[in-house]
Design a protein around this ligand. Sequence first.
Ligand SMILES: [Zn+2]
Length: 368
Amino acid sequence: MPDTSDVARNMRLKAFKDWNAAQAHRRHRARVAAAAAAVVVLFGLLAGCTGDRPDFITPGAGPVPEGTDARTVLEAFRGRGMMNHLKALQRVADENGGNRASGTSGYENSARYIEEQLRAAGYSPVRQTFSYQRDDETLESFNILADTEGSADYTIVVGGHLDSVRRGPGINDNGSGVAAVLETARWMKESGIKPANRVRFAFWAAEENDFDGSRHYVQELSKTEIRRTAAYLNVDMAASPNGVRSFHDGDGSDFGDAGPGGSEEIEDVFSRYFRENSLPAESTVFDGGSDYGPFVKVGIPSGGLFSGDVERKTNAQAQAYGGEAGEDLDSCYHKACDTIKNINPELLEDMSGALAFATVSFAMAQQG
Ligand SMILES: [Zn+2]
């Protein structure tokens, strides 16, 4: 998550709340429209769906390939190479002045590593370049995007920010999320999963500035492309050393900020993965504080994973997850000490498996 003053944060929260109010209104209108449509269907006058976005696809409704149930996915991710990616990103930071911030050689070399890994797995990554403002400077950077096969009518975007802050190597924030996204991409190819719906893996630039990479991506989408984006799954920190297993509160039942319709299904899928693996987990705020914010603003169902930063661990959390009550979930958040030593490898496995499970659930999901 980026450094933000309280003012900027409150502005974002307000924008998010305004958006939510607009959504509530839209949902009301949609319900009225749905009721009207139901009457029409009753009289046999309407065969298809005429909504302004596709019917949300229901995860798990399609034929699920072997080896993609929650338990088997976790087992697979217990032995996968997320730590190797973090070692590589640490090396990049060490060789580039101690950070991997957007617009620097550390970012460029992080990107080359990701692209090599994606190509070796059989993907064709592309760079999406854009310019953005940082103080008075205009900087240039780029996102990396890589697609699976599958129908573009129900595209599932799965992403995390690749850039670090300037003060440190950003191995938990967000090397860990990057490792989860990359390993999900590799696992899908290796497992021979043929997605019904296209999955677009995304590695965002300049999140630590002002979500510039994900914002640019969403701004570039046409109305049709927005409508065809069935879900966005985000990971911003998945291995906090004193961390927790949490997923965003997509239905707003715990923290009040509900996402666009369909976000509750995303929350459900993450929740189901942890439940079926008997792993304690909880929901966390859905306040627009990471790359899912721009997606939510245009009405794309969103959700994601978070293992915690500057919140203190409660006694209940220490009981559920182990670790130190009263200490920060990540005491090296946005600091020079966010290194490879600032990682909980088991938590990274649990969370990466959760991302892979949710990704394949939506990739194989059917309309309806
Ligand atoms: Zn972050």
